[in-house]
Design a protein around this ligand. Sequence first.
Ligand SMILES: Cc1ncc(COP(=O)(O)O)c(C=O)c1O
Length: 465
Amino acid sequence: MGDAYPIQPVDVPQVKTEFRTIQSAIPHPDMAPLLTQLRETEPICMEGQPPIVWDRAEKATVYDAYGNRWIDMTSGVLITNAGHGRKAMRDAISEIAQHGLLTSYCFPHKIRGELTSLLQTVAPRPDDKVMLMSTGSEATELCIKLARSHAQSKGKTENVFVTFDNAFHGRTLGSQFAGGIGGLKDWIGYQDAHFVQIPFPDGGVRSPIEADGFSYFEKALANAGVTPYQVCGVMTEAYQGGNSSFAPPAYIQALSQWCHKHDALLIMDEVQAGFGRTGKFWCFEHYDIKPDLIACGKGISGSLPLSAVIGRKDILDLFGPGAMTSTHSGNPVCCAAALASLKIILEEKLAERAAVVGQIMQDACAKIAKRFDDVILAHHGKGLVASLHCIKPGTTEPDGKLAWEVIGKTVQKGVMMFGPVGYNGSSVKLCPPLCIEEKALIEAMAVIEEAFEEVLAARSADSIA
Ligand SMILES: Cc1ncc(COP(=O)(O)O)c(C=O)c1O
């Protein structure tokens, strides 16, 4: 993430279409006291987003309290796969709250049983188990713990956990050791030799092209001084989040076989990729493999904080009663939201829809990337997630400033975007709710193209002046 957005209102052209309304300065001048209050009470890290005060959101539309309305291309941050504020989800939350069960720690409750049973039906194996937790970081941390414990149970004494360059697995200590974004973990102050990252096979965009061949994985591991026997697990984002980069299927298939051969767990971090986002229910289905463990979050509930690790029964059962819990594991209200959200995703076939409707978004991205190929290094994505990788003209150097400007302009035009992500914060990332109407998506993509056009025209006017 880059600088904080200015919170002063900017006069912008008015917009009124079927899907967007911009009828005031942006942000609305009345938001100034709240924005200032937040700036004074919260750390600056909370200011990475365009300064729009969300009032409510419905399906793929975000509203402020002043009649402005945006087509949502964020899903929060890939949370609301089923759509914002779906009635069934609001009803389910109200119902359990009014019924009178707001928490139960690990004491059983009915909705937790219903949710884990439904999640089991979508798990890779019919007898897979489901451990509910609260955040994505907690889920990836649990995967690290399970991989190491599994290795120990097999008598392995060295537990090297392998992940990939540029990977993001969360912001807690273990998940940041596993992450592959250098700057994010400088604060730790030391390297842990038991966490090793190797180049992610991203088609040669930010990794060497040789990284696309699986033999490079073994070479990179050997270069890091690690033998296969030392590896307890390999975790990868099912697609790399920041840049929406997918690995070649043959690579992941070879990785799966390698893990199997060396008794290392294959873990797919589906925190942002799962629950239909990429056009399949799980993103790993694109690779035709079955991971040992899956880390879930975000779209699992479409709203309230819930996460999960789903996977092989023998692994999830490694810890005895009471030895692997979390205070809010399977909170009843979060479970009610997740159950309702999951039912919508399955009943409305939103994964299948993401594949079909997503093609509109991918084609539009390809068109934008081609038109502005001097400043867009690549377009990666599948289904309803995509990233446009911005660069300084004619180089491969990331251009976070361009990404910020395009996003700011897009938001002023009535399409909601979050701040740049990916390689050095230079990617414009698109991830609308999976229920977005086709016409709204087409309109949003036209606005994003217009924003690139206007930002680049203003830049060239500045350079002439
Ligand atoms: C792939 C991936 N893993 C883990 C996380 C961490 O999730 P949380 O922010 O819920 O801890 C994220 C969050 O962005 C993510 O995208």
